[in-house]
Design a protein around this ligand. Structure first.
Ligand code: ARG
Ligand code: ZN
Length: 418
């Protein structure tokens, strides 16, 4: 547990020799942390076994081209699930998932400054992401401002990157990434976007009329947990008293039709919607920040993976659409074409409730309900892999370049309409 506060001794101007009492206290804390992380790791292993052995399937993503949906299911429920699939005339493939996939390879942060090369070629730690943001904001002090929106449950800063904020009232496009911890590619896409749009003179003009706000890591606790303990972790890391399970699905925790469809009220579920709307500090920070300037925000994209889909509202239920759905579809298709122009990668533009599944309390619906006209969830690549969260690192750059084109389309649309 690391708190990102001003208690760092490095910045304490007067260095005092720690007293024996202090040293004892420091050692005690170290030991406590060690025990806690060991306990976390053991719990993760138990969960891995349990996940393979549980009844409620964990939806991973889909391949709409092949009309496949991918789930983790319980080993003990295999026969039952098979009978059900056969009874419903659904063809299926099953394979034994090695519990190894829930484990992580620990990788030390590399020394040296983080550059765009790192973003393009590997997944970064949260600290490395923050380091990259700091260096960008120092390099482009006039164009990039970092804004702290709040703290995660474990005390990590949730940081927004404001690009082209000149104090004027121009319209805003808001992009956030990685509310689901295991969807790693989304973080790189957000960081790539920040770098590219400020470093290339070609986008000056666009930034003069549209402001961009990017929150590259909306779930830092979950992400660190998925990097170091349980690769398939999705939720936040909030702890509840008297419960063996922790974490809520932050994308079921937004205050719009909260807790109705496609959610669970059980703390152990992957789609646990939390005790109440905005119970998760991450969601509270994000909704507060958006609401402060909601009249200026005209575009919103939540970056997720996987499945190559551009999803538009409403998503809390099926067959209901906003009155301007035609506009959403038109711009959604323009984004998909821009992606396809890069390397012929196909994205499907579809209503999230009909095309995927109803899920209430998600950020896209909430953003739309606040009057943000163009609100989407994008499920990034891949589509072809059965555990798509592990997009190989040599494919990061292409996904970034494709998503960048889509975001540019939205910014241009906002520029011309508002
Ligand atoms: N995969 C995303 C999730 O499960 C999709 C959310 C789409 N939006 C919606 N309102 N259903 O959170
Ligand atoms: Zn997701």
């Amino acid at each position: 547990l690391k708190r990102y506060e001003k208690t760092d001794p490095m910045i304490d101007p007067v260095f005092k020799e720690p007293s024996i009492d202090n040293l004892v206290e420091i050692k005690r804390k170290e030991l406590e942390n060690h025990i806690r992380s060991k306990r976390d790791r053991e719990a993760a292993e138990a969960r891995a076994a349990e996940r393979i052995a549980k009844i409620n399937p964990d939806f991973l993503g889909e391949n709409w081209k092949k009309k496949q949906a991918h789930y983790f299911i319980n080993k003990d429920s295999v026969e039952k699930v098979k009978t059900n699939l056969v009874a419903n005339n659904i063809t299926y493939q099953m394979r034994d998932v090695n519990p190894q996939i829930f484990k992580v390879r620990r990788r030390r942060d590399l020394n040296g400054a983080i550059t765009i090369n790192d973003i393009n070629n590997r997944y970064l730690s949260y600290d490395e992401q923050m380091q990259f943001l700091n260096s960008i904001s120092q390099q482009y002090p006039n164009d990039v401002k970092l804004q702290k929106l709040g703290n995660s449950f474990e005390g990590r800063s949730i940081t927004a990157v404001r690009i082209g904020d000149d104090g004027s009232n121009k319209p805003i496009v808001w992009i956030d990434a990685g509310i689901h911890a295991r969807e790693w590619i989304s973080y790189n896409v957000a960081l790539y976007l920040i770098y590219t749009i400020v470093s290339q003179p070609a986008y000056r003009d666009l930034l003069n009329s549209v402001q961009l706000v990017v929150v590259p890591n909306t779930n830092p606790d979950g992400y660190e947990f998925s990097r170091t303990v349980d690769r398939m972790w999705r939720k936040t890391r909030s702890r509840f008293t008297n419960s063996r399970c922790g974490g809520a699905d932050a994308n079921r925790n937004y205050p719009f039709f909260w807790g109705t469809q496609g959610v669970s009220h059980s703390q152990c579920s992957e789609v646990y919607c939390g005790a109440r709307p905005q119970s998760e500090p991450e969601v509270l920070a994000l909704t507060n920040a958006i609401q402060r300037e909601e009249t200026r925000i005209k575009g919103y994209i939540a970056l997720h993976s996987y499945g190559q889909e551009i999803l538009y509202p409403w998503g809390h239920t099926q067959r209901t659409y906003p009155s301007d759905v035609e506009d959403l579809i038109k711009v959604g298709r323009a984004m998909a074409s821009a992606i396809q122009a890069v390397n012929n990668t196909e994205y499907n533009v579809v209503n999230s409730g009909d095309g995927l599944y109803p899920a209430a309390g998600a950020s896209d619906d909430w953003a739309k309900s606040r009057g943000i006209k163009y609100s989407y969830t994008i499920e990034l690549s891949p589509i072809d892999d059965y555990i798509g969260f592990s997009l190989p690192e040599d494919r990061i750059n292409q996904v970034c370049r494709e998503a960048f084109q889509a975001i540019q389309v939205l910014m241009i649309e906002v520029k011309s309409k508002f």
